[in-house]
Design a binder for this molecule. Structure first.
Ligand code: ATR
Length: 275
């Protein structure tokens, strides 16, 4: 059986083995997808061991996405822009890095939530790894503007500078802004900060929400609940990141197996499972 896994630390919470097993079942693919807990300084050695054991591909989660990109010999354009990878594949003896997080987010917003990004005004909150992983694919969806707002403005500035050429090509207005000084309103807000994990408040003012705006938290479960409640209270449409999780896995499955799994069905099942 072809061997896949997800690597991270911690890893016990990961839903990826369940999602990929379900995809395989529903598409009639024969594969095994496991999980590996990686010690803090052991990432490169574990990747090498996995592929020398015959591994086909692995997904990478926190905190190794940057190290995964650095380790690879070849990178997709989106992994290059993100400077981070959520999947590694061995092809012809070379390690290929890709990042399906952003494509998964766009798919969940446009297909599952039914909100078209083309022509919209978008607020991406945060400028860490999570934000970096999705900005390129968000630009490719053709919004009128994307504002990257972060507590530390310089980090938002770096992220925007790295994506300036793609933004110009897409004719999307891309700017960096300090979280505290936001005055505009937006059609779509995406929370890519770790503020809920660190016990922080909602990182943005409610005045940024257009009525009925989509307020998306890239996390799910209790980590997303505060942001979702806040969005609901202020007339926005809340959505957590469970769909992004399933859709980024579906993109990876498609690349590895050449067959598109029924992501919406698996998302509905997973929602019932985590409820
Ligand atoms: P990740 O890989 O999850 O994105 P990260 O790279 O450490 O993690 O980035 C965390 C992001 O959450 C950053 O944008 C961080 O803001 P700073 O760049 O100013 O540190 C943001 N963040 C974390 N706690 C926050 C809080 N309480 N309020 C606002 N933003 C916060």
């Amino acid at each position: 059986m072809d061997l896949y896994c997800v690597m991270g630390n911690p890893i016990h919470h990961s839903k990826s083995p369940w999602i990929h097993a379900r995809f395989a079942e529903l598409t009639g693919q024969s594969l095994h997808y496991g999980s590996r807990l990686i010690p803090p300084n052991g990432f490169a050695a574990e990747v090498k061991a996995f592929f020398s054991e015959g591994g086909h591909g692995c997904n990478i989660t926190v905190p190794f996405k940057f190290e995964a990109a650095a380790l690879a010999n070849h990178h997709s354009q989106r992994a290059t822009l993100a400077t981070a990878a959520n999947m590694l594949t061995l092809q012809g003896g070379k390690l290929m890095a890709d990042n399906t997080d952003g494509a998964g987010l766009v798919k969940d917003i446009e297909y599952n939530a039914g909100v078209q990004l083309r022509g919209s005004h978008l607020l991406l909150i945060g400028a860490g790894g999570a934000a970096a992983g999705v900005l390129g694919p968000l630009l490719l969806a053709g919004p009128a503007s994307i504002t990257v707002a972060n507590r530390t403005l310089a980090k938002a500035g770096d992220l925007v500078a790295r994506h300036a050429a793609l933004a110009a090509q897409q004719r999307t207005e891309l700017r960096a802004q300090d979280l505290q000084t936001l005055t505009s309103t937006f059609d779509v807000l995406i929370n890519a900060t770790a503020s809920s994990l660190t016990g922080g408040a909602i990182p943005v003012a409610a005045s940024t929400l257009k009525p009925g705006a989509l307020a998306y938290d890239m996390m799910y479960g209790s980590a997303a609940q505060g942001f979702m409640n806040w969005a609901q209270e202020h007339g926005a449409r809340p959505r957590d990141g469970l769909g992004m999780l399933v859709e980024q896995a579906a993109e990876a499955f498609m690349i590895w197996r050449g067959i598109r799994p029924p992501a919406q069905q698996v998302l509905a099942e997973l929602r019932r499972l985590v409820a």
